[in-house]
Design a protein around this ligand. Structure first.
Ligand SMILES: [Zn+2]
Length: 341
């Protein structure tokens, strides 16, 4: 693929200083020819240090990261930065405005990688990350949550990559969020994820699941804000002392291993979902975590949805109306940090 990226930037990411601008790509409509879609971007570059790319709004209805990054652009001073920080607070801007996970075209941006300059707009934007942003990065931070559809234990999470040095750096970066829980995930549902592209390029990739359920509560924002800044200190970009759970007087975090695909429970039939247990709670194999009711079958008993194994609930469905095949909850099993080195 030799065609230049279809996306352009109004700021020069190689220049020092604080710059605020936008990425833009063609967006032609019935009321606008020769038009563009804008994706705001900020760059803080000051002296030597790592390059960190941090993004929110990969999925439009995951607002926790979007708000933390809007705040970061406002409050960060250039003299606090050693290296270069590139911030894209809201990748999927139209989806964010529409309060949807997917783009208005129906595509999932987080299944758009590596992308293509000659593909549809989501692939054009993914291609810009793949061929322009990631190659200049040492660290890639992509902020997610359960969105409207799920409530996830507010945490940072990671893929357990094969390369030992990359895995260790990602594990330490994940732990630097200082959340009570962390989650190890596998891709049970398609390919083309932003973090996987960055991992394949050898980057230290740090991702989150910061709550969800359609709101941004104060405690979740405080965790998004404190975790983000501590991670930026941890990787050497932001000035200040790195905090640990020990230095904060907190017990060690619980790492939940969700790598066994049996941990991802889906509904076998449509119904109304009722949660019986909450994320963070320990459950035994066979124990109901939720159940389905049947509005068209008055008198039918609800169907329990049981934990497939012993574990800790990591996330649970936040929308009662459930279709066959929808994810209803995910669990995982505790694992020690040392087992991942
Ligand atoms: Zn997401």
């Amino acid at each position: 693929m030799n065609a230049p990226p279809a996306v352009t930037s109004t700021i020069d990411l190689a220049s020092p200083g604080k710059q605020i601008g936008r990425l833009q790509y063609p967006k032609i409509s019935n009321t606008a020819g020769w038009a563009f879609e804008f994706v705001p971007i900020a760059c803080f570059a000051n002296g030597d240090g790592p390059t960190v790319v941090v993004s929110g709004g990969n999925h439009g209805d995951e607002y926790e990261g979007q708000i933390a990054l809007l705040r970061l652009v406002n409050e960060l001073r250039l003299d606090q930065v050693h290296g270069r920080l590139i911030v894209i607070p809201i990748i999927s801007k139209e989806a964010s405005q529409a309060n949807t996970r997917m783009w208005p075209s129906g595509v999932n941006f987080n299944r758009s990688f590596p992308g293509s300059p000659e593909g549809p707009p989501n692939e054009q934007l993914a291609d810009y990350f793949t061929r322009v942003l990631f190659p200049m990065a040492d660290v890639v931070v992509d902020l997610h949550s359960g969105g409207r559809t799920a409530w996830f234990l507010p945490c940072s999470h990671m893929h357990v990559v094969d390369d030992a040095a990359q895995r260790k750096a990602m594990l330490e970066g994940m732990l630097a969020w200082n959340s009570d829980f962390h989650f190890l995930y596998v891709d049970v549902n398609g390919t083309g994820l932003l973090p996987v592209e960055a991992e394949n390029q050898g980057k230290v990739v740090i991702t989150t699941e910061l709550g969800g359920g359609g709101r941004v509560p104060g405690p979740v924002h405080r965790l998004a804000w404190s975790g983000l800044r501590n991670v930026l200190r941890h990787v050497g970009l932001l000035e200040g002392e790195v905090q640990t759970r020990a230095s904060l007087g907190l017990p060690d975090a619980v790492i939940i291993d969700g790598r066994d695909p049996s941990n991802y429970v889906i509904a076998e039939e449509a119904g109304l979902f009722e949660g019986l247990r909450e994320p963070g709670e320990t459950v035994s194999a066979g124990e109901p975590v939720g159940r389905l009711w049947f509005p068209d079958r008055l008198g039918r008993d609800p169907v329990p949805l049981a934990a497939p194994r012993d574990g800790i609930v990591a996330c649970i469905r936040a929308v009662p109306v459930t279709e066959a095949g929808n994810s209803v909850f995910t669990i995982g099993q505790p694992i020690s940090r040392d087992e991942l080195l």
